[in-house]
Design a protein around this ligand. Structure first.
Ligand SMILES: [Cu+2]
Length: 358
């Protein structure tokens, strides 16, 4: 081999090694500061948040952003059922709290304020957070204080957030929970309708429907014997004006959460079959098809989809049916459109007064 070839080969090898070493050094020198400055370069946007049963529109960004989520914790009197009042502890003044929709890889900045009118400390633990306490370790704030932290949405899915201030079951039982959706990179498949439904139970001193303002009953909470099990914060929230709506033929997606704090929901829509279920709210793993009832753990969620084929009223229940019929875990979806005798037809006359739900 000629000497000049050996020299040039040697040079090439030296250059390759030098490049490899330089690359390694560069990657080693990529410290926290550099990562943080990259994160800070993200475009900043305010989160679009909605109150139940509304869901924010699908995200149309292809790139991550810094999403600012501003929430205030409050303690507010409101209706729990007809003639029944309760002092709810809330995120944003409602039960459940606002629906937050972000995208995987987003940096989410939580700005939490505890209303000056509160009597208790509050905090937030988002199950979507990978970090100590889901944020609760850095957000324990007294009335009038605020706390801010950021986290990167590493995993797509539908997640519960809730207050995690001692005694935690009381804060959750008083209504401090909501849902956050972390969309996958390419989003979810299109659906015609999306709704936000969240179950939770209430432990009142008086029996179910006892009139007037009801105090929290710690012994009933400890024994897991709620007087109310409801969707969206009060008995009847999803009836009448509040009924969910769809047209026959549309695909309906429900983002369903269970704030608990104690009961597991056997979530079912009477007269529908879930064509798709994202069990436990996970996105990116297996989905289930053609499901009648899906279990939603306390502090868990599920995404369910069905096709509203035939018109009519479809009842939403926790199929632990005493909760639905005696304690309030009952809502409705009104489907309008042309009759679909190919899908469903009565062959004898129907007395509307007897048209029950099951
Ligand atoms: Cu709280």
């Amino acid at each position: 081999m000629k000497r000049s070839m050996i020299v040039s080969l040697g040079l090439m090898v030296t250059m390759l090694i030098a490049a490899a070493v330089a690359a390694q050094m560069k990657s080693k020198s990529r410290g926290t500061d550099e990562w943080l400055s990259e994160l800070h370069a993200l475009p900043e946007i305010a989160a679009t948040m909605t109150l139940a049963p509304k869901v924010p529109p699908a995200i149309d960004r292809n790139q991550p952003a810094r999403v600012i989520v501003t929430l205030e914790t409050t303690e507010t009197k409101g209706p729990l059922a007809s003639g029944v009042e309760y002092t709810f502890w809330t995120f944003g003044g409602t039960v459940p709290g606002p629906f937050v929709r972000v995208r995987v890889s987003d940096v989410v900045q939580i700005r939490l304020t505890n209303s000056v009118a509160s009597l208790n400390a509050h905090s937030i633990d988002l199950h979507a957070v990978t970090g100590p306490g889901g944020g609760a370790t850095v957000t324990q704030i007294n009335p009038g204080e605020h706390a801010t932290f950021e986290w990167t949405a590493l995993t797509p899915g539908l997640y519960v957030y809730h207050c995690a201030t001692p005694h935690v079951p009381i804060h959750v039982a008083n209504g401090m929970y909501g849902l956050i959706l972390v969309e996958p990179e390419r989003g979810l498949p299109r659906a015609d309708r999306e709704y936000y439904v969240m179950q939770g139970e209430f432990y009142t001193a008086g029996r179910t429907m006892a009139a007037g303002h009801q105090a929290f009953a710690p012994e009933k909470a400890r024994d897991e014997r709620p007087e109310y099990v409801v969707f969206n914060g009060r008995m009847g929230a999803l009836f009448g004006e509040g009924a969910l709506k769809a047209n026959a033929g549309e695909t309906v997606r429900l983002f369903v959460g269970n704030g608990g704090p104690n009961l597991v929901s056997s979530f079912h829509v009477i007269g529908q079959v879930f064509r798709t279920v994202y069990p436990e709210g996970g996105i990116g793993g297996a989905v289930n098809h053609n499901v009648q009832t899906t279990l939603i753990p306390a502090g868990g969620a599920a995404i369910v989809e069905f096709k509203a084929e035939a018109p009519g009223r479809y009842l939403i229940v926790d199929h632990s049916l005493s909760r639905a019929l005696d304690k309030g875990a009952l809502g409705s979806i009104e489907v309008t459109g042309d009759a679909r005798p190919d899908v469903f037809r009565a062959l004898t006359p129907v007395d509307p007064a007897r048209a029950g739900g099951h």
